[in-house]
Design a protein around this ligand. Structure first.
Ligand code: IPE
Ligand code: IPE
Ligand code: MG
Length: 246
């Protein structure tokens, strides 16, 4: 049955601490309207503002957003440039308000390939918001899960770690996401059933929620539905859940 209204009372008690979103479908959203793909990316950015607000409202502590992958550099130059401008505009226009809301901004991925001015803006945003604790928004930009693991291996070797020192926790500490808990829930909009190089280490025991809704249409109420769905999951981590009579 469809959940009815959108009141906080209807949310489950077990709100995920960390929600990660593959914000997919901007291009199709634009195409359906006869608009250029960049119009879809702009609409997707507008939507993100609503989802960040909803995270604060619903008590989600970490939101990771997949916004530009290491593979997305292969798109037409006009689209890549447009996406870089959108990130710059978001920082210029939204940073102060996000800071006021108590949002901490974090970046995962490699900044080196970005233009100097954009790179500096991202670094300044991270510095400005570093003491905010209401919600951490982790922006995956020029991020790839394989690239992250390759970088981690290089740094582990550079630091001279011995094989017997390597364990899950050490590997996690060397990833871009060091210090951030693994995502409890990963949402992918627009219906694709694939990971697309997103958080491939960290998602080992994440719950998945795939919706056909295109990202610019994935509003607060759709987000709430995803949280309700998550609330009904039984997370087993490879164990056996004892029966009531046991
Ligand atoms: C997701 O939307 C945003 C980025 C990858 C930057 P897409 O641009 O992938 O949209 P579709 O999948 O073509 O509809
Ligand atoms: C994943 O979407 C990357 C982002 C949302 C930033 P893509 O649209 O790039 O992924 P594929 O090509 O469908 O796997
Ligand atoms: Mg896509």
């Amino acid at each position: 049955m469809e959940p009815k209204s959108s009141t906080l009372e209807e949310l489950p008690n077990n709100i995920p601490v960390h929600v990660a979103i593959i914000m997919d479908g901007n291009g199709r959203w634009a195409q359906k309207r006869g608009l250029p793909r960049l119009a879809g990316h702009r609409a997707g950015t507008e939507n993100l503002r609503e989802i960040i607000k909803a995270c604060v409202e619903f008590g989600v502590k970490y939101l990771t957003i997949y916004a530009f992958s290491t593979e997305n550099w292969g798109r037409p130059a006009e689209e890549v440039d447009g996406l870089m401008h959108i990130l710059e505009d978001v920082i210029d226009q939204e940073l102060e308000e996000l800071h006021q809301q108590g949002v901490q901004l974090v970046h995962i991925g490699q900044l080196e390939r970005l233009d100097t001015s954009l790179r500096e803006k991202v670094k300044k945003s991270i510095e400005l918001t570093k003491d905010n604790h209401r919600l951490t928004v982790c922006i995956a930009w020029n991020y790839g899960g394989r690239d992250e693991i390759v970088c981690a291996i290089k740094r582990i070797i550079e630091d001279g770690l011995k094989p017997e020192q390597i364990c899950d926790d050490i590997v996690s500490d060397y990833l871009f996401t060091s210090g951030i808990p693994d995502p409890d829930l990963i949402i992918r909009t627009s219906g694709e059933m694939r990971i697309s190089n997103f958080l491939i280490w960290q998602s080992a025991y994440s719950e998945w929620y795939v919706t056909p809704i295109l990202w610019p249409d994935f509003n607060r109420d759709e987000f709430r539905k995803a949280l309700i769905d998550f609330g009904q999951r039984e997370r087993r981590y490879g164990l056996v859940i004892p029966c009531q009579e046991d």
